[in-house]
Structures are given as C-alpha cells and as structure tokens.
Design a protein around this ligand. Sequence first.
Ligand code: ADP
Length: 498
Amino acid sequence: MRRIGHALASLRWRLTLTFIALLLPLLVLLAGYQFLTLRASLISNRVGELQADFNSARRLITSKEKALGAAITGARFCAAHPLAVGEIVASAVSAVTGQTVQVVVYNSGLTQEAVAPAGASPPTLDSATLEGVVSRGTRSAAKQITTNSGDQLVVGFPIAAGTGACGVAQLSLSMTPITNVLHDEILLITAGGLVMVILATVLGVMLTGRTLRPMRRLTATAEQLAAGDLAARSRLAPSNDEVGQLASSFDHMADRIQEAFAAQQDSEAQVRRFIADASHELRTPLTALKGYIDVLRMGAAREPAALDAALGAMSNESERMRVLVLDLLTLARLDAHRESHPEDFDVNAALNTLLNEGVPGMPAILERSFAPGALFVRADRDAVSTIVRNLLVNACKYAHGAAQHWTTTMEAGWAKIEVRDEGLGIPAADLPHVFERFYRGEKTRAREEGGSGLGLSIVQGLARAQGGDVAIRSAEGAGTTVTVWLPLAPVPPPPPID
Ligand code: ADP
C-alpha cells in the first residue's frame, strides 16, 4: 500500500494523473454533446419519417374526397369525417412504419374530433403547441411526453387537405426504439471512454517515464557525487529542452566541484609540505644550538677560546632562525591576503637608499642606471624594501663579488626595476623552480651561504600583492637578471591655479 502511495506521489504519476484529470471532463463534454446530437437527430429523423407517412395519408384523404364528389372541399371533408381522417392517417402511417400509431384529430377550434385506433388514450399536445401548429399552417411540432406506458414521441401536423387547414392531426409513437438506440450509445460511449482513459493512463505513464528518464539519471549521478565519486557525470546527450539544459548545468557544476575539491586538496597538500619544510628548516639550527649547548656543558665553557667559538656559532644559528621565522611570517601574511598599505613614493630614491645601506658581501662594482627624475610607484613601501633587499642579498650571495647593474625604467604604465649580475647564473634544470617555496638550486644547496629557499618566493608573492610581477632570466655562466614590475602611481591632476 505504501509502495502504491509512493509510486502515485512520483512526478511520473502526478503528471499522468493531471493529464487524465484534464482529459476526463473533455471526454464527458464530448460524450454529452454526441449523445444530445444523436438524440436530436434520431427524433428529427423520426419526425421526418412521420411527415412522409402523413403526406401519404394526405394523398389518401384527397383521393377519398375526390371519390365522394368534387363539391366537397378539404375543409368540409375534414369537418364531416374526422374519424375517417384519423383512421386513414393511423392505418397509412402504421402500414408504412410497421408501428402502431395513435392519431388524434383536432378541428380548427382545437377540440378533439376523433381518436384512432378507437378506444386508445394517447397523450395529447398542450393547447399552446396545437395553436402554434394551426397558426403556422404548414410546419409540424414534436414533443416527448412521458406516459404510464413509457415515453412517447408526439407530433402535430396541420391538416391542409384540399384548399385549407381544417385542424391538427396528432401522431404519437413509442420512444422505445429511439431510447434503445440511445441506451446502446451510452454503453458504447462509456466503454469507449473507459478504454480511452485506460489507454491514456498507460501511454501517459510510458511517455512521461521516457521523458523523465534523464531526471532519473541525474538523480543517480547526484547520489554518486554525494557518495564521493566526484568523476560521476550524467553525460546526457545535449539537447535544447529544459531537461537537457539542466543536465548540462549539472555536469558543469560537477566539473566545478571536482576542480574546487582538487584545488582544495592541492592547497592542503601544499600547506602540509610547507609545514614539513618549515619544521625541517627550523630543526637544523635548533639541533646545532643544542649541540653547542651540550659541548659547553661537557666542559668547553671553561675554556675561553672554545666558549667564544661556541657562542659565535650559536649566535649565527639563532640569526638564521630569526631570518627564517621572519620569512615564514611574511609568507603567512601573504597567504592570508593581509591588507597592504600602498602609498605613492619615488622608487628611485627608495632603491638608492637600500643600495647605499648595502648587505654583507656587496661587490666592488655596482652600477645604477635609473629612470630620469622621480619614478613614482603605488605600492607598500615595506614590501618594496623586502623585494629589493632579497634580490640584493641573492646577487651578493650567489654571484659573490660579481658586478651588479641596477636599472629602473618606465614601461607601458609600469615601473620596471631590474638587477643583472655577472655571476655564474642558474642551471636550466633549476630555473623553472626558483620561485617555489624552499627550493634551493642544486649547486647552492650544500653551500654555507645558501638560504632556506624562501627569498624569491617572497619576492614573487610581494610583487603580485602590489599588483605587479617578477621574472627571472639566467643561463649558466652568463649571469642572472631579475625584473620586477610595480604599478606606476597615477599622475596627479594639474594644481588648481587661477
Ligand atoms: P634563498 O632564500 O635560499 O636564497 P631563493 O628563493 O632566493 O632562495 O633562491 C632560490 C635559488 O635560486 C637559490 O638557491 C639559488 O640557487 C638560485 N638563485 C637565486 N638568485 C640567484 C642569483 N642571483 N644567481 C644565481 N642563482 C640564484
């Protein structure tokens, strides 16, 4: 029972039943219309037949008139022999139709003159109808009258024998043959209607089932997705109907979900890798520090030279840790998309100051070729300082003692800062990875001065956070060039001088 209820609540059955609910009243209307027209047509046929039979009777009356003498007019014959008129009509009509016809003859004053067959008590038309027949003179009037012996079709014909109408001949017939036909018709219509409803239901369920098949596929795909199969797609053939559009939007959405999930997994993996790398980088100076402390505890602290050497090494290790922690903090801020504080400042002046301050290992030759005048950029001043310092440190570290050329130019709305060193350059295998976090070139990995591999990734993150970017060109033995683009500050409007 519950399963039936469940099935009937399905969209497939709801659509079919709605369709049947619309079809039913239409069928009933059609059947009613057909029944009424058939009934009217049967009655009018019968009346037509009676009219023809009555016409034959009239010819008989005329011949009777003629037999009785030309002097007797139709009106007088009718008045003089109403019973004869009735009998002629009754026998003529029943001879043709094969049915018993009861005839009542009225005179022009609408008084009953005769009833045939004798002793019959047929139903009578009301006086208004009879008056209508007499006054119209030529047209009949038909009515269905219910009597104890069943429904009767009662028709009044004007008697216009000879020269004028002399009354009304009322013919009444049993409606049984017509009623039988109508009963059969009702049965037929009902059976036909039932067959149509059953057929419409079966076809409706089949067709809606076929139309809704893509929906079932979509539901199954959605369930697969929910169960974790992110590669599941409906893969329905493209079509322009609503279901086709829904399917293509659904698959598109599933693509997006899969991409987003992959991106999330990717970023989670990156975070895990980052934490592992950071821990690894921190572990090295920490292990060294612990080693020095152990050595001091074991007695080295009592020897001034050993103590001095250990303290110096410990200071170096803590400085490495400090720089590493600062770099990690910068990356964490970049990842959190912390708000930067852009301001308009002259990058030429800022660069000059930073190069003058210098870093350990500054080369003997450091050329500056700056864009003439001031070069205003809109950027975070601290971020630009970190970018320049990291590039300077790298050039001094990895192109130790080699000449450096610093240039600034204005190019298509950008301020371009470029540093070219004449060092050993970066091997082709390392070059695509130098912006990756914790990546260190093959040759520099083991070197004492090698950093933690965060410098260039910080440069890239900071340049992009300013709306700019960074690129590196290098070839082994041909030096390295790093280019940074920063957005130019908008040109201020002219001062309001009258
Ligand atoms: P770190 O912070 O350890 O210096 P970076 O991210 O700044 O690391 O640089 C990554 C790698 O790129 C370095 O290990 C080095 O091999 C290479 N590199 C960077 N700058 C230069 C340069 N000017 N000359 C040669 N190699 C460089």
